[in-house]
Design a binder for this molecule. Structure first.
Ligand code: ADP
Ligand code: MG
Length: 311
């Protein structure tokens, strides 16, 4: 006999004890209760993943649980917020215990690493749809926003881009000599939480790269009413991504592919010396609107478009 809704929640989605001081009450009542530390504000975000839209039907459930949480924690990271709790709205076609157990493991293992409590959610039957709401705390007025880039700022990345995009190409049949790192980035990306906290004091604007660098940096440019030039030679690309570009000529892939979850942030030249994390300078914010790519002295004008639903 399959598990009832309540035993399913009890078995897979109820923690034995809470992991952080903000949680006053977790799963089990009509609402969770949280306390916010004095002098802080709440950062809240939600993201949904739908089968056959965001992930393949045969996706490994443990990796799916991990990735679902990553895409949400990544939004907190990009604001410089410290994650404290999450809610999980789960719509599943049936109760498949091995699937649920693996999914919950991927989700809970990542939550535990960042001391995030799963404090509630909803469980219903229907086409596989996974929604998380994530809550984080940030000292009042200190969240990193898309609208805060200034002319003259350096544009930086916390790590390489294009590997998740290459992972998708490999899934679609591209033959890669060393596919594992790209597949890992595509299937099990890490949220850059520590980086978001580390840059909060000195960065101006920040965004996480979920839809591709040109699209996401484009949001910063639009909301900050500035433009930018990035340098091809400076882009952090793995050997596998470089080989892919040499073999296919598709140099745009690392600029437009999503799912890398690195942070792209801007920092003034006066503050760049205060950065305490490894990151890569890829360009500068300019007053002239638009996004330009300097490719060995030749300027390419980049369309600031990434993946969009409904288009
Ligand atoms: P209600 O009917 O009052 O909305 P539910 O019966 O949906 O409450 O849920 C019972 C408790 O279990 C609530 O505390 C809810 O937040 C929690 N919950 C439900 N589904 C999940 C889930 N997938 N993960 C974590 N907590 C859940
Ligand atoms: Mg309910």
């Amino acid at each position: 006999m399959s598990l009832s809704e309540f035993s399913l929640i009890q078995r897979f989605f109820t923690q034995k004890k809470s992991r952080n001081a903000c949680t006053r009450l977790g799963v089990g009542d009509d609402c969770a209760l949280l306390s916010i530390p004095a002098g802080h504000e709440l950062a809240i975000t939600t993201d949904t993943m739908v089968e056959n839209v965001h992930f393949f039907a045969d996706t490994d459930p443990e990796q799916l649980g991990h990735k679902l949480l990553t895409v949400n924690l990544s939004d907190l990271a990009s604001m410089g917020a410290k994650p404290v709790s999450v809610l999980l709205a789960l719509t599943i076609p049936n109760v498949n215990e091995p699937w649920l157990s693996a999914f919950a493991k991927g989700f809970m293992d990542l939550a535990e690493r960042y001391e995030v409590d799963l404090v509630g959610g909803d469980t219903t039957s229907g086409p596989l749809t996974l929604t998380v709401q994530a809550l984080g705390v940030v000292p009042q007025g200190q969240a990193l926003r898309r609208s805060a880039a200034k002319v003259g700022d350096f544009i930086c990345l916390t790590g390489p881009i294009g590997d998740a995009g290459l992972g998708l190409k490999i899934n679609e049949g591209y033959g890669c000599a060393d596919p594992e790192p790209a597949l890992r980035q595509f299937n099990k990306p890490e949220p850059q939480i520590d980086a978001g906290l580390a840059i909060r004091e000195c960065a101006n604007a920040c965004i996480d790269i979920s839809d591709g660098l040109t699209s996401d940096l484009g949001h910063i440019l639009k909301q900050s009413q500035v433009g930018a030039c990035i340098y091809w030679q400076a882009l952090p690309l793995s050997d596998a991504v470089q080989t892919y570009i040499e073999e296919t000529g598709d140099w745009r892939m690392p600029l437009v592919a999503g799912d890398d979850y690195q942070l792209c942030f801007t920092v003034s030249p006066d503050h760049i010396g205060q950065l305490t994390i490894d990151c890569v300078k890829i360009g500068v914010i300019e007053s002239e609107p638009g996004l330009r790519l300097n490719k060995s002295g030749i300027i390419e004008f980049l369309e600031v478009k990434g993946f969009e639903h409904f288009s």
